[in-house]
Design a protein. Structure first.
Length: 69
């Protein structure tokens, strides 16, 4: 797995996961539980991970959608 981006915005994260899924790329979110444990104040970003083989394609997809990684 390779990190695609980090964000504290759950809505953005949900949209990015849907975008990836639509392209056939499986995304995995790490640090969700840590973020919840700290009180959900948004201090700890969640990491969006993809398989290393999908990383370059996922970056292009996000860039084409106007998302910075």
């Amino acid at each position: 797995m390779k990190e695609l981006l980090r964000t504290t915005d759950p809505v953005r994260l949900s949209w990015l996961l849907a975008l990836l899924a639509d392209a056939g790329i499986e995304g995995v979110v790490l640090d969700t539980h840590t973020s919840i444990l700290e009180g959900s104040i948004g201090a700890i970003p969640r990491r969006l991970m993809v398989a290393e083989a999908d990383h370059a394609r996922a970056r292009r997809l996000l860039r084409d959608a106007g998302e910075e990684t």
